[in-house]
Design a binder for this molecule. Structure first.
Ligand SMILES: Nc1nc2c(ncn2[C@@H]2O[C@H](COP(=O)(O)OP(=O)(O)OP(=O)(O)O)[C@@H](O)[C@H]2O)c(=O)[nH]1
Ligand SMILES: [Mg+2]
Length: 671
């Protein structure tokens, strides 16, 4: 397998050629257009005039994107990278992505080989790059073979080097502290981590990855049954035995699973200890492995190695993190589609088209007389087709953001209108206390639910009113703060009584003279819920009138309120009526109406990917303008290379070290 990435200098525009069979280096560009620095100055008047149009178009795209993403500034509730997280569900994903199985018929092979090759070379390059703020590009560059000596020396016996000092100091000269998160690790390190978290469960798994994974594992594993001295584990088989420390004290009964390179998640030799759950056994075995020479893995380091070894592209690696952090089935489906190549596949198709165009243009730079003239209309059509693909990918950004981050929704209103009842009905739970006493809820109370696949955190709040009760007053302040911070505010009124003066008071305390006014504290959009709809047309007690079934009947509202609430939904929390309308209204308000119908999307780009896609769209826009203005071919290739570079950032074929640090440092330890 070709290594994923090799070194390039930040800002360089070398690209790699992607074919259906895989990615390889692009033939060196003709000298005339080899690098932007060698190209003519871009400060020509006609070009700059036309470029402003492109910038304007892209600004619209970017503006739409930013607006939709900015609507949800809340941090994703994925696990902190300082804490191990349970990732049992990710095992299936990993198996899917690496093709690992525990088949007892899997061929074993000499241990310690490096079919992936090039990782050591890469890390050396990484260390060398530290002072120059390097970035990566061009999978498959010749340095990938630098590891071939390993092929002939499967030195994995217990006398192995141990390698795990983990000092991480190599090549750090000149590197800032912030950029030393992951990539300054010593390449020879064999890393180890508990990958199932420390919470209660029947099984805890510890994973080792690296050239010394097997010898280190064998220092801490004693096979049971008929296996005796000189025993060596085969790849993709499971062995029963005991884990021991350096004094041969038994730490746990375990299963050992060996997955030799390249048929493993990281494409390195991987060994897993399956211990008893609960944390204590796993912690003791992990300590024994560290003493035997492993280094504790950093957040995301297993997946980083999978990426560097070409097992996953960067978009797939990000999907792994999203899958582990998914809070709804739709979010998991979306991440899974990304892991199975959704984003990366679409982008590599666009890159392939760009590369074909670039080859055409550069051939003409060198052999102009021998080749037919460029078919400009066909070229423009090709550019537009690539742009259309980018726009389509960008349209998934909003849904992706919703699925990943979810929505925080505050329910506010005066006491006794049924806020807590609504939360209970919507979440199908008895989470909140409900009584007929006004002022029952005193504090902000949270409950989770999935609305059309979007993870929603509902906040029930204390009824807002003037009170002399100190506790209630604090509760009211918290209600207002919750409304101010929420992504969406749902104001509940008594649908039988209609809008009252007390509701106007609450409105003024939250929205002032309306959204955007100086007194407005609410930043998100708002819905109005007219609850107790079952009582609406019942009329005065004893009148004999029956409840209206017209959920659409408008609720008379003051003008300001009409302008503030994007929809009014009639509900009866006690009868669990109107909740589907509430789902639909919330999703429409959040900007993902399609989620209400489909229950999810196949894959979606994240913010980082969307930003790179916008840049590549802008570059293609400039290319169209260069073509339209009949500028020299050199200009065209510069723009095309810029588009390629940005597309390469999505897949990780062209990516700065800082970006990798940023992406992988958000992972959990053990992932
Ligand atoms: N008929 C009818 N009664 C309802 C409905 N929803 C809530 N109630 C009743 O209204 C009363 C107040 O309900 P809560 O859910 O506690 O109201 P709240 O807005 O949370 O009140 P506070 O916590 O005091 O702010 C209870 O007696 C509920 O049973 C409804 O849809 N129809
Ligand atoms: Mg309540």
């Amino acid at each position: 397998m070709a290594p994923r990435a090799a070194l390039r200098s930040t800002g360089a525009t070398h690209t790699s050629a992607c074919t259906p069979a895989g990615c390889g280096p692009l033939p060196p560009p003709p000298a005339r257009a080899a690098a932007p620095a060698a190209a003519p100055s871009r400060a020509r008047a006609p070009a700059s005039a036309s470029r402003s149009r492109g910038a304007a178009c892209s600004a619209v795209l970017l503006g739409q994107l930013t607006a939709s993403l900015a609507a949800q500034p809340r941090a994703a509730p994925s696990c902190s990278h300082h804490r191990p997280c349970a990732s049992a569900s990710a095992a299936a994903a990993e198996a899917g992505s690496c093709g690992a199985s525990t088949s007892s018929t899997a061929p074993s092979r000499p241990l310690g080989r490096w079919a992936a090759g090039g990782r050591r070379h890469l890390a050396t390059a990484l260390a060398a790059s530290a002072a120059t703020s390097a970035s990566f590009s061009a999978p498959g560059r010749p340095g990938g073979a630098a590891n071939s000596d390993d092929e002939d020396s499967p030195n994995w016996g217990p006398g192995g080097s141990g390698s795990g000092s983990g000092s991480g100091s190599d090549g750090e000269g000149g590197r800032s502290a912030s950029s030393s998160v992951l990539l300054t690790t010593k390449d020879e390190d064999t890393i180890s981590s508990i990958i199932t978290g420390l919470s209660a469960g029947s099984v805890s798994i510890i994973r080792l990855s690296g050239t010394e994974a097997v010898p280190i594992a064998l220092k801490a594993f004693r096979p049971g049954g008929r296996y005796r001295l000189g025993w060596a584990p085969a790849s993709h088989r499971v062995y029963y035995g005991t884990a021991v420390d350096g004094d041969e004290a038994v730490l746990d009964e375990v299963l050992l699973l060996v997955m030799l390179s390249p048929r493993s998640y990281t494409a390195e030799d991987v060994v897993e200890f399956h211990c008893h759950g609960g944390g204590v056994c796993a912690a003791r075995v992990q300590r024994a492995l560290i003493e035997a020479g492993a280094r504790p893995a950093k957040p995301g380091e297993f997946t980083l190695r999978a990426f560097l070894n070409g097992r996953l592209d960067l978009a797939q690696a990000e999907s792994v993190s999203e899958l582990v952090g998914a809070r709804t089935a739709a979010a998991a489906d979306s991440a899974l589609a990304g892991l199975r190549g959704g984003v990366g596949g679409a982008v590599s198709d666009m890159r392939r088209q760009c590369l074909e165009l670039l080859a055409e243009l550069e051939a003409r730079l060198d052999f102009d007389e021998d080749l037919p003239l460029i078919d400009v209309p066909a070229l423009k059509a090709q550019i537009e087709a690539i742009q259309a693909g980018i726009e389509q990918a960008l349209r998934t950004a909003r849904a992706g953001s919703l699925l990943r981050r979810g929505l925080q929704v505050a329910i506010v209103g005066r006491p006794n209108v049924g806020k807590s009842s609504l939360l209970n009905a919507w979440t199908n739970s008895e989470r909140a206390i409900v009584t007929e006493i006004a002022g029952t809820t005193r504090d902000v109370l949270e409950a989770q639910l999935s609305v059309g696949g979007v993870p929603v955190t509902l906040l029930d709040t204390a009824g807002i009113r003037d009170s002399t009760d100190v506790v209630e007053r604090i509760g009211v302040e918290r209600s207002q703060a919750a409304a101010a911070a929420a992504d969406v505010v749902i104001m509940v009124v008594d649908g039988a009584e209609g809008w009252t003066d007390a509701d106007s008071e609450i409105y003024r305390s939250l929205w002032g003279d309306g959204p955007g006014s100086s007194g407005c504290r609410v930043r998100g959009p708002a819905l109005l819920v007219a609850n107790k709809d079952d009582l609406r047309a019942a009329g005065p007690a004893g009148s004999g009138a029956t409840a209206s079934t017209d959920e659409q009947a408008p609720l008379p509202l003051p003008v300001l309120a009409r302008e503030t609430f994007s929809a009014t939904v009639r509900t009866s929390a006690s009868r669990r009526k109107g909740l589907e309308s509430l789902d639909t209204a919330l999703l429409a308000l959040a900007g993902a109406p399609q989620l209400a119908d489909s229950g999810g999307v196949s894959w979606a780009v994240n913010e980082r990917q969307a930003e790179a896609l916008v840049r590549s769209h802008e570059a293609l826009m400039r290319l169209s303008e260069s073509v339209g203005a009949d500028l020299p071919l050199d200009f065209w290739t510069i723009d095309l290379r810029a588009a390629l570079l940005a597309l390469g950032e999505v897949s990780g074929d062209e990516v700065a070290e800082e970006v990798l640090d940023n992406v992988f440092s958000r992972f959990c330890i053990g992932k």
